[in-house]
Design a protein around this ligand. Structure first.
Ligand code: HEM
Ligand SMILES: *[C@@H]1O[C@H](CO)[C@@H](O)[C@H](O)[C@H]1NC(C)=O
Ligand SMILES: *[C@@H]1O[C@H](CO)[C@@H](O)[C@H](O)[C@H]1NC(C)=O
Length: 507
């Protein structure tokens, strides 16, 4: 009796261990066989001592995040492998890290059916309390539907008359001191972007530039996004994490969105009854994003999901990009001078889409900012069926690599954009002139590429060019007012820890 009471647990335990070892061995064997069959040599590896969960790698990454050294961490881990492609174990998941343009291209185009975003963005419940499967977080038919829903709006918004931008930019400029005193432009750009984007997305601006207390959706979005990133990183350990403040912020943002949604549904209904088209407060017909899609999405929760699906990737990206641009301009007076000359040559003509396009130096400057300070660091996908990517395997890193179902692939644009092999020895320098001869292909992908390319890319470049021209019409110089180097803080994308402290000189 006593003996069997001990033997039973022991035999269960040994069976469990044998089973676990056996299946790990079988998995490994299957993995290696498929890899060989596909003709892929092994990749360089992160040398973890913890073979099970890779906790030493996990720790190193979190430490870098905490110390605001995440970008340096990228550079260091790649160069320590001496390879542009390598693998690591991250909490039991196999990660593949790549800074090879060819892999970015294949993952975004020819091989895209083997990769998905849902397993990393939705499947583990990380983001579901905040949003469901919208355009940025779905695959397959659901993605196709959502992309079709949002596409016409972005195409129209990018090219249409730019008058809609002027009120917000004027208000932004009115907040800048004209006596040469120091101003941190980062929060101003954030409020400017919140105002511009709420008007485009929901048909009504929150006007936070004039009413700073109204930027709470922005602050709540900080909480939401920071929580989202953490939750996504925790992956299978998410259940250990509780965050009351995060849930509260989600709830407030939902309430904020629902007021816009109820108003849109009400107007759709009224339009049906009266036959008169709905207008904004200013009497203009509604053409905003919410209005464009509301009639196609009768379910309220679904509509909210579609809204957040566009709001999440939009949130802040443009304002951070503007801060980066100004940060660089304040440190390169020669570039400001050339920009000013081009802008003055353009004259007082109205700023149109074509007009902005005709200013080459401006476009070079915008691209150079995207290159050195990409707002989105990497394209991350989960591999959903065994496949290969073109390069990074073997001793010299030129042979194809094996991606197994379940691997998570990170294509790093930050490193690609600064790779001297791709951009020359001055790759780290801010030098718009390089664009005179640069022929960007898959080595320059600030907005990704292929069918999932950022649908807002033309709109973003137009808005930023517009704001930059307006600023330099009013001011003839920008001076840096701190000499801290760029120090990236990671929320979802990187932004400068010290903001963008500058002073302007009136023209
Ligand atoms: C500087 C500004 C921005 C940058 C650098 C940027 C960059 C990106 C990148 C790299 C992707 C992923 C592409 C891929 O997976 O291959 C993306 C996706 C997306 N972006 Fe942007 N973005 C910016 C601003 C915006 C704005 C303002 C909006 C909306 C108003 C927006 C909406 C989206 C959406 C909806 C997706 C998902 C597309 C899909 O999965 O089909 N982005 N963006
Ligand atoms: C979203 O917004 C918050 C605050 O506005 C910001 O901290 C975060 O970095 C943003 N996410 C992205 C992708 O820009
Ligand atoms: C800027 O980059 C885009 C790719 O995002 C490219 O299509 C365009 O030609 C570049 N512009 C200039 C002026 O080089």
């Amino acid at each position: 009796m006593a003996v069997s009471a001990i033997l039973l647990p022991i035999s269960i335990l040994s069976f469990a261990i044998i089973y676990w070892l056996g299946s790990a061995f079988l998995n490994h064997w299957h993995h290696e066989r498929t890899r060989a069959k596909l003709g892929c040599p092994p990749m360089k590896r992160y040398p973890s001592w913890d073979k099970l969960l890779g906790l030493d790698f996990v720790y190193a990454m979190f430490k870098a995040l905490k110390e605001n050294r995440f970008l340096e961490f990228q550079t260091e881990t790649y160069s320590a492998r001496g390879s542009k492609v390598w693998t690591a174990n991250f909490m039991g998941n196999r990660m593949i890290y790549s800074s090879e343009p060819a892999n970015m291209k294949a993952m975004s185009t020819s091989h895209r059916d083997s990769f998905a975003v849902e397993p990393i963005r939705v499947a583990n419940g990380a983001i579901t309390p905040f949003t469901g499967r919208g355009v940025s977080s779905s695959d397959g038919a659901k993605w196709h539907f959502s992309r079709g829903l949002v596409k016409p709006y972005f195409e129209r918004a990018a090219f249409s008359n730019l008058e809609r931008l002027s009120a917000h930019v004027d208000r932004l400029i009115s907040k800048i001191p004209t006596d040469g005193s120091t101003v941190d432009m980062q929060p101003l750009f954030q409020r400017w972007f919140l105002d511009t984007s709420t008007e485009f997305l929901f048909g009504q601006t929150v006007n936070s530039l004039d009413n700073p207390e109204r930027d709470w959706p922005h602050r709540d979005m900080v909480t939401v996004m920071r929580g989202l990133r953490l939750r996504l990183q925790l992956s299978s350990f998410l259940f250990l994490h509780r965050d009351k403040e995060w849930f509260a912020a989600c709830k407030r943002i939902h309430g904020f969105l629902e007021r816009y949604i109820d108003r849109a549904y009400q107007q759709v209904e009224d339009e049906g009854k009266t036959g008169k088209s709905a207008t904004n407060v200013n009497g203009e017909p509604r053409t905003d994003f919410l209005w464009t899609i509301a009639r196609h999405v009768p379910d309220k929760l679904e509509l909210r999901t579609q809204l957040t699906g566009v709001w999440i990737p939009s949130n802040e990206t443009t304002s951070i990009h503007m801060s980066h641009a100004l940060f660089a301009l304040a440190r390169h007076p020669g570039v400001v001078e050339k920009l000013r000359k081009e802008i003055l040559d353009y004259g007082d003509k109205a700023l149109t889409f074509e007009g902005l396009r005709s200013m080459n130096y401006l476009r070079w400057t915008v691209n150079e900012t995207h290159r050195l300070y990409p707002v989105s660091l990497q394209t991350v996908r989960s591999c959903v069926k065994d496949t290969t990517l073109p390069t990074g395997g073997g001793e010299d890193g030129t042979e194809p690599i094996f991606c197994a179902k379940g691997d998570i692939v990170h294509c790093n644009r930050y490193l690609m954009h600064r790779d001297p092999d791709l951009w020359g020895t001055d790759a780290e320098e801010f030098r718009p002139e390089r664009w005179e001869h640069a022929r960007p292909m898959w080595n320059f992908v600030p907005f990704g590429g292929g069918p999932r390319i950022c649908p807002a890319h033309v709109m973003v470049d137009t808005e930023c060019s517009y704001a930059m021209v307006s600023l330099l019409q009013r001011f003839k110089a920008v001076e840096a007012r701190d000499d801290e180097p760029y120090t990236a803080v990671m929320r979802v994308g990187p932004s400068n820890k010290n903001g963008c402290r500058v002073a302007f000189v009136l023209a």
